[in-house]
Design a protein around this ligand. Structure first.
Ligand SMILES: O=C(O)c1cc(=O)[nH]c(=O)n1[C@@H]1O[C@H](COP(=O)(O)O)[C@@H](O)[C@H]1O
Length: 240
């Protein structure tokens, strides 16, 4: 529990800046939340949304899941580093050279005296099951072996951690080290629909298994009382 982040990261999966603002404005001004901006919102609103969130004093995970040739990733990370976000990610499937290039671009692009964002890699998406991994990716091992392999090459490449399901955290920490971050989406409070997620846990389980961060989207953003549900999830996660 060396890196435990007590605030669940809220996935701001909204189609416009206005919708994202409407959601954020439900929270009291002094509540410094941790949010995730993904492809949908970033491709719509761009850097402006990041500046807005940082000015509010929020922590920001920019989730663009980069996956391209090393040179493109290095230069893209250099640009993203200037946004001052707290965390960014790539796909581990891009390989070790790509991940090393991401890291060097991030360091190069971070303004002098600024904090380098945490860089993490997606292992197998939490919407992937062993069956779909074997069918679509033609990976001929178990899902956990694939996740552990990706975690190990991510660590070797000098990144800070991985995105995985909470179900894999214990084995990842054993194969890497306790300090290696495990960021876990696929979180569903007991009784809420799983949707397209396959490898899910509830917030309390994620905590007892040893996740460092949880990412929660629809169970909060689609709730009738998002702030109330956020606090229920936060309590189950952080006070377990
Ligand atoms: O990198 C991510 O954040 C991510 C990786 C992954 O394996 N699974 C996953 O669900 N996510 C993201 O986490 C969020 C989960 O949202 P909900 O399923 O609505 O809680 C979404 O924004 C996904 O894009």
């Amino acid at each position: 529990m060396l890196n435990f982040e007590s605030r669940p990261i809220i996935a701001l999966d909204f189609a416009s800046f206005d919708l994202a603002k409407e959601f954020i404005n439900k929270f009291p001004a002094d509540e410094k939340i941790y949010v995730k901006v993904g492809m949908e919102l970033y491709y719509q609103a761009g850097a402006e949304v990041i500046h807005y969130l940082k000015e509010k004093g929020y922590s920001v995970f920019l989730d663009l899941k980069l996956h391209d040739i090393p040179n493109t990733i290095r230069s893209t990370m250099k640009v993203l580093a200037q946004l001052g976000v707290d965390m960014v990610n790539v796909h581990a499937a891009g390989g070790q050279e790509m991940m090393r290039a991401a890291k060097s671009g991030l360091i190069e692009g971070t303004p002098k005296g600024g904090k380098v964002a945490k860089l993490i890699a997606v292992t197998q998406l939490t919407s992937t099951s062993e069956k779909t991994m074997k069918r679509d990716q033609k990976i001929d091992c178990s899902l956990i072996e694939s996740v552990l392999h990706y975690a190990c090459i991510t660590m070797k490449s000098g990144l800070d951690g991985v995105v995985c399901s909470a179900l894999e955290v214990k084995k990842i920490k054993a194969a890497t080290n306790e300090d290696f971050l495990c960021i876990t989406p696929g979180i569903r409070p007991t009784g809420s629909g799983v949707g397209d997620q396959k490898r899910v846990t509830n917030p309390g389980q994620a905590r007892s298994i040893g996740s460092d961060y949880i990412v929660v989207g629809r169970p909060i953003t689609k709730a009738d009382n998002p702030v109330g549900i956020y606090h229920e999830i936060k309590q189950e996660w952080s006070e377990n």
